[in-house]
Design a protein around this ligand. Structure first.
Ligand SMILES: Nc1ncnc2c1ncn2[C@@H]1O[C@H](COP(=O)(O)OP(=O)(O)OP(=O)(O)O)[C@@H](O)[C@H]1O
Ligand SMILES: [Mg+2]
Length: 211
């Protein structure tokens, strides 16, 4: 994987719109051509992240999700931004649409109207054996055609069989905890869990059960 210099990275970031940043700098930005750049800065196990960079894990997860029929960003390019500290980046074309958290902030009613589709989407992930640890409203994109896609899937576990009830409940707990942390107070949680329970029992697993 090629490595770019600090100057090249700065030049790339100079005229872009920063979407997310933290104390260590830009995390996600929109480039002039509309593509997004996401920068990965691991904090631990640098030796391991040098062997298996986070952007590669991210790109592999994108491929797996796509194979399972989940809408994901189109990966364009991977490179090191600083190999010594295992810092790397990925350029991808975004999914058209907006994150559900923005829909909720702009129009809670609209989100409530779509709750059945959101619950069905999450149930379909679980039935496809997808355990997405960062499942929350900021990481689900709603497209203009009212379809749903995922972003930010560095941490993903895929199994052949649908997730067990224990795992689905644990995953929903993450989702709930994130709503609390994001200060989303009026999310209709119990209605959502009812819709989810219906959807998870109705939607068939997309893969044949192992014999
Ligand atoms: N593929 C995409 N399609 C549309 N918007 C995107 C896409 N990827 C990122 N975004 C926008 O960029 C923002 C941040 O992206 P992302 O979730 O990958 O980063 P992050 O939440 O800062 O990462 P992390 O959770 O690892 O700290 C999202 O809130 C969303 O608005
Ligand atoms: Mg995110």
């Amino acid at each position: 994987m090629k490595e770019i210099t600090e100057q090249q990275l700065n030049a790339m970031l100079e005229h872009c719109e920063v979407l997310e940043e933290d104390s260590r700098g830009t995390k996600v930005a929109r480039l002039k051509n509309g593509d997004l750049i996401k920068i990965f800065r691991p904090r631990r196990k640098l030796w391991l992240n040098r062997l298996k960079p986070q952007n590669q894990r991210f790109a592999e997860n994108a491929k797996t999700l796509e194979r399972l029929g989940v809408i994901t960003p189109k990966i364009q390019e991977l490179f090191w931004t600083n190999r010594k500290i295992a810092e790397c980046a990925c350029i991808y074309s975004p999914i058209k649409g907006q994150a559900l958290i923005s829909t909720f902030q702009k129009s809670p009613d609209l989100l409530k109207e779509n709750l059945i589709h959101i619950a069905t989407f999450i149930a379909s992930l679980h039935n496809r054996g997808i355990y997405f640890r960062s499942l929350h409203l900021g990481n689900i994109i709603q497209t203009p055609k009212n379809e749903y896609g995922l972003i930010d899937f560095l941490d993903l576990k895929i199994q052949k069989k649908p997730l067990s009830r224990y795992k689905t409940q644990r995953n929903l707990k993450h989702f709930k905890r994130h709503l609390e942390r994001a200060g989303v107070e009026d999310f209709p949680w119990s209605f959502f869990t009812q819709l989810y329970a219906q959807a998870v029992s109705l939607s068939p697993p997309s893969r044949p059960p192992a014999t």
